[in-house]
Structures are given as structure tokens and as C-alpha cells.
Design a protein around this ligand. Structure first.
Ligand code: SIN
Length: 486
């Protein structure tokens, strides 16, 4: 049984810069509020651009010595950090639930998921091989080496307070790059807790920095505009990603962007309907519908439409909504008023245009909203065009494979997509035709540290995790050895 004291022992309210816990020069703070009950969890230091510059300077100063460690030494630090996260899994999970509202089972899952990136990239650190290229003349030898890119800034979202940090800093630290992390103001405590564990793991001062702020515009401008930051990695909305990309253009900073999605979830007549319902439940309602890869549009073929809707509605009506710390809760609150308002607006728009509410559809106390199934959904409804980021499953009917592929691809986004079918040829055809970075085939949960996560079109740039992940934190250098006597 984890005690409140054990959870509290991980709470840090100052920022972590150059191996020291520090407050904002201005002395400002902001409150972190539990979305399940409105209680203040902690007051955290609120930094501005001048504080952030100190973190960047510290990271830049730490870079030469850190990149000169052997890959094995860097891997050793990451492994220690991973072990500490697992040792404190329960406390981290509880803290995460307290600040972002997700239910405890999901928070525990996120600690495993988030820590897995650290373990994975500890292993990958020792495999960042270069190449020897057959030379174009007899007296030359051509070699390619991969080197650390330099200081990395990571701007991360509230929906995965731990995993979105580790998915960025894991490859950066493995590659020899110091980091400046900016967790979101809604959920800074998990980010600060893992900074504390990074300190305990023994990363040298300046290698791991975490700054907390509500001054997103000013701090974003500093992270993008500062020449000492060589790489920006951001997870969040497409709108903000575009602003950051413009700002990074001023110094041609390298960027990785993991942005919004509008995931189609397609169920063909030949699917295993029970498996498809199970897949839809996890894909749509994971984290209360607040992930970039949540099913946002469910398309179900004529022949199994009624059966699928009935089974989905039954499963959704059985979901238990409540405070994430209560062991029987399966879905927590939305993150804030803005999130709740968006869900209500999308629902009202859909209903006004003819959608039918099969289950749910109502606001509950505070930031809680009933898990909802909508049918008769059409492309004119806003809910099919934008991420709802909440517990509403909009279902549409379709007739042919060609029609549904057209509907699925008719969006500026291209992050995750899903479909269910038992026809092998169709599986290949549809997987190849979907314009998305990720396709779940007969599966509603596809995220793992071993596979590349990322999108096409306006869903982003780059891939995170997997054997490809480290390349985004390294520069390729070509060495040409001339005058070789053979
Ligand atoms: C996200 O919502 O941005 C990440 C989801 C995941 O890693 O599965």
C-alpha cells in the first residue's frame, strides 16, 4: 500500500536547472489543480524567458563532457533512471492521476509505457552505428559517423505527463544531447518527479533540466529562437506546432512534431464484431478519449452496422466514471473547462445536424462527462473534422471499401488509423491506401516503444520510439580521408 507521504516525497515545486532546484527569478508561482475535485495539489514555480535561458546555457555547457561519455556510460545512466521509475511506479502513477485525472490503472500503464522508452533507448545508445562507404577513387576512404545534435528542448502535453517526456528525452540523452524539458502547466508534477529521479540516477549537472511555466508564448519563443537549442521536439496541437515551426525557421532549428490526429476506425462486414467492439473501446475511450490516436470517426459497414452499434452501446453504458484514484473507476474527468466545452460543442453541433445519441450525452458533476455513442453521423458535423478529445464515439455507416477509404483520407491529418477485417487481401489493400503514419489492423492499441510513432500530412514531422527514433537526435557527419596510399 503506497502512502500519501510516499507520493508527497516525489513532489517538487521548483524547477531543476544545472543540477539545482530553483525558483523563478520573479518569484511567481502557479497552482496545479486536480481535475477530479478542483483541489490544489501544489503550487509550482512559474518561470519566464530569462529563467529558461539559464537552463539552456547550463545544458549547452554540459554538452561537451556529456557527449564524450561512452555510449555504455550514457546507457548506464538511463538504466538507473529506468530502474528508479519502476521502483517508484505506484507513487508516480498516483501523482499522475492527481494532476491529470486519468484512472489509476491507466496511470500505472503509462509509467510502464513511459519508462519503456528509457530502457529501449539505453539499449539503442550502444547501437548508433555509422557506415563505411565504398569510395569513388582508390586513394580515398569514406566514413559516416553519427554525433549528438546538441541541446534538445522538449515541449510536452498534459495527456501523457510522463511518456511524452521520456519518448523525447530517452533518445536525446542516449545520443549524448542534454535536454531542457517544458512540461505543461496542467501537469508539471510528474515531469518534476522524473527530473528528481534523473538527479538520483546521477546525470551530471546541466544534462537534465526541467522548467515549469504558464508563460507558454514567451518561453516557446525563447526555446525556438535561442541558437544554443539545436533541436525542438513538440507534442501538442497542429495549430501550436505550426507556430513553433515558424519560430524555428528563424535559425533553421531541427524539429520533431507530433501533432493532432483525426483517426478513422473502420469496421468491415467481414470483421470479428466482438473484437472490433473491444478495439473501439480501447481506442476511443483510453484516457477518456484524450489522446492524439483515439478513434475520432467510427465507420461501420451496412451488413454489421446494427450489431456493432448495439454491442458498442452496451459496452459504453457499462463504463464506470469517477475519480481516477477510486479503484473501480474506468474513466476520469476531462482535463479542464476548455476540454469539457469542446465536447459539449461538438455534441450539440452533431445533434443539431441529425446525429442520434444512443448512450450518454450528458454532463455530470464538475469536469466529468458521460461516455457517449452517437449514430447517423455525417461528414458535415464538426465532430468528424476535428479531434473531439473526449468520451464521444461518433458512428457513421458506409457501403463500399472505396467509399470508406475516401472518407477516411478526407482530412488534413494523418496520425493513426484503424480497421477491422478478416480478409487478408483487403487488409493489405486498405493498409496501403490509408494516408496515415500508423495503421492498426484488427487492433485498437498500437503504441509501443519498439515501433515508430508519428504522422503524415498535418499530423507532424518525424517518428518517435523504435530503431528510427534516435536518428532525429543525431547529426550525420561524412568523413572523407584523402591521400591514402594503397
Ligand atoms: C498522444 O496522444 O500524443 C500519444 C498517444 C500514445 O503514445 O499512444
Amino acid at each position: 500500500m503506497t502512502t500519501n507521504e510516499e507520493v508527497n516525497s516525489l513532489i517538487r515545486t521548483q524547477a531543476y536547472i544545472n543540477g539545482t532546484w530553483v525558483s523563478a527569478a520573479r518569484g511567481a508561482t502557479f497552482e496545479v489543480v486536480n481535475p477530479a475535485n478542483g483541489n490544489v495539489v501544489a503550487s509550482v514555480t512559474d518561470m519566464d524567458a530569462s529563467d529558461v535561458r539559464k537552463a539552456i546555457d547550463a545544458a549547452n555547457a554540459a554538452w561537451p563532457a556529456y557527449r564524450d561519455l561512452t555510449a555504455k556510460e550514457r546507457a548506464g545512466l538511463l538504466k538507473k533512471w529506468y530502474a528508479l521509475m519502476m521502483e517508484h511506479k505506484e507513487e508516480l502513477a498516483r501523482l499522475m492521476t492527481m494532476e491529470c485525472g486519468k484512472v489509476l490503472a491507466e496511470s500505472r500503464g503509462e509509467v510502464d509505457y513511459g519508462a519503456s522508452f528509457i530502457e529501449w533507448f539505453a539499449e539503442e545508445a550502444r547501437r548508433s552505428y555509422g557506415d563505411v562507404i565504398p569510395a569513388h577513387t582508390k586513394d580515398r576512404r569514406l566514413v559516416v559517423v553519427k554525433q549528438s545534435i546538441g541541446v534538445v528542448a522538449a515541449i510536452t502535453p498534459w495527456n501523457f505527463p510522463l511518456a511524452m517526456i521520456t519518448r523525447k528525452v530517452g533518445p536525446a540523452l542516449a545520443a549524448g544531447s542534454p535536454v531542457v524539458v517544458k512540461p505543461p502547466s496542467e501537469t508539471p508534477l510528474t515531469g518534476l518527479a522524473i527530473a528528481y529521479l534523473a538527479e538520483k540516477a546521477g546525470f551530471p549537472p546541466g544534462v537534465y533540466n526541467t522548467i515549469t511555466t504558464t508563460r507558454n508564448t514567451e518561453v516557446g519563443e525563447e526555446l525556438c529562437g535561442n541558437n544554443k537549442v539545436r533541436k525542438l521536439s513538440f507534442t501538442g496541437s497542429t495549430a501550436v506546432g505550426k507556430i513553433l515551426m515558424k519560430q524555428c525557421a528563424s535559425n533553421l532549428k531541427k524539429i520533431s512534431l507530433e501533432l493532432g490526429g483525426n483517426a478513422p476506425f473502420i469496421v468491415f462486414d467481414d470483421a470479428d464484431v466482438d473484437a472490433a467492439v473491444k478495439g473501439a473501446m480501447i481506442s476511443k475511450f483510453r484516457n477518456n478519449g484524450q489522446t492524439c490516436v483515439c478513434a475520432n470517426r467510427l465507420y461501420v459497414q451496412d451488413g454489421i452496422y446494427e450489431e456493432f452499434v448495439a454491442k458498442l452501446s452496451k459496452a459504453v453504458s457499462a463504463l464506470k466514471v469517477g475519480n481516477g484514484l477510486d479503484t473501480d473507476s474506468q474513466m476520469g474527468p476531462l482535463i479542464n473547462e476548455k476540454g469539457l466545452k469542446k465536447v459539449k460543442q461538438h455534441l450539440a453541433d452533431a445533434v443539431s445536424k441529425g446525429a442520434r445519441v444512443m448512450v450518454g450525452g450528458n454532463e455530470m458533476d464538475g469536469l466529468f462527462f458521460e461516455p457517449t455513442v452517437l449514430t447517423d453521423v455525417t461528414p458535415e458535423m464538426v465532430i468528424t473534422q476535428e479531434e473531439v478529445f473526449g468520451p464521444v464515439a461518433p458512428v457513421s455507416r458506409f457501403s463500399t471499401e472505396e467509399e470508406v477509404i475516401r472518407l477516411a483520407n478526407d482530412t488534413p491529418y494523418g496520425l493513426a488509423s484503424y480497421f477491422f477485417s478478416r480478409d487478408v487481401s483487403r487488409c493489405w489493400r486498405v493498409a496501403e491506401a490509408l494516408e496515415y503514419g500508423m495503421v492498426g489492423i484488427n487492433d485498437g492499441l498500437i503504441s509501443t516503444e519498439v515501433a515508430p510513432f508519428g504522422g503524415v500530412k498535418e499530423s507532424g514531422i518525424g517518428r518517435e520510439g523504435s530503431k528510427y527514433g534516435m536518428d532525429y537526435y543525431m547529426e550525420i557527419k561524412y568523413l572523407c580521408f584523402g591521400g591514402i596510399n594503397s
